[in-house]
Write a protein that binds this ligand. Structure first.
Ligand SMILES: *Cc1c(COP(=O)(O)O)cnc(C)c1O
Length: 410
């Protein structure tokens, strides 16, 4: 969203017009930005046989999934339901990486029946998979290297508190199961969930991971997960994808030479692709001053965007209705009966009741984490594509709240 001739627009579509047409609150996604981010990654890793598996859970709207497929992305799904959405969006089974965590074993079987690439993340299910499928169906193993690619390299020894992946300290147990059932391990996966701020740190982690990968003889790909960091406010450290792409491609190519086969390099970005493309547009319900704070109430809250409360995430907020008014300090809160502060002590151009505010960087983990708490309805979703605003999800109605409820006679 850019300020053009005194008003905010997305691809030259006026943001206030979008609100007038579709109502508020509304999630608005800029398709051009989504496609651009995808292109950045492709360019950054152009030296490798790259497969981008978009992490669907970040923003699962089927039109977004279709857009990404059209531009060459594959997809990573974490539930069988997401897998079905991906199939519905047109992804072939072979393009879908299925990464459930602590889900029922039967979901893996369903994934195999659908033809997905299975990413197995625990020893009991690997054993059951081996017993059932032997070498008749390939799989990928999700490993936990106990390494955090944070500001500095931290290697936790002995155990990890993370529920994700199979510990690299359990390689002997993995090998025993794999050998016993002749399991066809074609991929290895890591996704620590931590964000990459420095390529060099990530490369160190990759080197450790390569030493594990040498144990597996039939690999076709290595999946490095995500961790691509985006800016939520000025001055945030971000992942320099070009630096990372260059360095990881180099290290990966060297590994492939030693390994004796060219492998595919997979990544699973979610946030990087859709975060900045999304804005949550909300309406000011009230400007309420106490002796110490001026609150702006809006017709949204933690039911639509839980990141500020759940992760202490910072989302910048702008007044779309009054872009050039004098700046004042406000605390922006939702209409939910909880303390749902969206942004505290923010400098925002003067706000009056009815003004439209934009909550920025709301594309990832916004709508996909939304709920009906307080019996509020989930917002509409709009995609701006080719200079046109298109509805991609209807606003919910009271009927949606009642849909699965069974009224008993009392
Ligand atoms: C959530 C998730 C991702 C994406 O993480 P981002 O921080 O949104 O890029 C990738 N891989 C797996 C397995 C995930 O669960």
């Amino acid at each position: 969203m850019e300020l053009v001739n005194g008003s905010y627009a997305i691809q030259n579509v006026n943001a206030l017009d979008i609100c007038a047409q579709f109502g508020t609150p509304v999630y608005v996604y800029d398709a051009e930005k989504i496609v651009n981010q995808l292109r950045n990654l492709k360019m950054a890793f152009s030296g490798a046989d790259l497969k981008i598996k978009y992490a669907a859970k970040a923003l699962t709207n089927i039109s977004v999934l279709k857009l990404l497929r059209k531009h060459g992305a594959g997809i990573d799904v974490v539930s069988i339901q997401e897998a079905h959405l991906a199939l519905k969006a047109g992804y072939t089974a072979g393009e879908i990486m299925f990464t459930p965590n602590c889900a029922e074993y039967e979901e893996l079987v369903e994934g195999a029946k659908a033809g997905l690439m299975l990413n197995i993340d625990n020893l009991p299910h690997l054993k059951r998979f081996g017993e059932q499928f032997g070498n008749t169906y390939p799989c990928c193993l999700r490993l936990n290297p106990h390494i955090m690619a944070g500001g500095n390299l931290k290697i936790s020894t002995g155990h990890s508190n993370s529920k994700f992946g199979i510990s690299v300290y359990q390689i002997p147990q993995i090998m025993e199961i794999v050998d016993q059932h002749k399991i066809n391990v074609t991929g290895l996966h890591i996704h620590t969930g931590s964000e990459i701020s420095e390529a060099d740190v990530f490369i160190k982690m990759a080197e450790i991971f390569f030493s594990v990968a040498r144990e597996f003889k039939d690999l076709r790909f290595i999946d490095f997960g995500s961790g691509f960091k985006v800016a939520y406010q000025d001055g945030d450290a971000v992942t320099n994808v070009y630096d990372l792409g260059l360095k990881l491609t180099k290290a990966f190519t060297e590994f492939c030479e030693q390994y004796g086969r060219k492998l595919e390099l997979w990544i699973e970005p979610g946030k990087y692709i859709v975060s900045d493309a999304g804005n949550l547009l909300v309406k000011t319900t009230v400007v309420k001053s106490t002796p110490s704070v001026t609150f702006i109430g809006v017709n949204s809250g933690l039911n639509h965007l839980i990141r500020p409360m759940m992760y202490d995430a910072y989302h910048s907020i702008i007044n779309v209705s009054n872009p050039e008014g004098p700046q004042k300090t406000y605390t922006v809160v939702g209409y939910i009966c909880e303390t749902d502060t969206i942004g505290a002590d923010r400098k925002i151009n003067e706000v009056t009741e009815g003004d439209i505010l934009a909550i920025r960087n709301a594309g990832a983990y916004g709508f996909s984490m939304a709920s009906n708490y307080n019996s509020r309805l989930r917002p509409a979703e709009v995609m701006v594509i080719n200079g046109e605003a298109k509805l991609i999800r209807e606003r919910e109605t009271l009927g949606d709240l009642l849909k699965n409820q069974v009224e008993i006679n009392l």
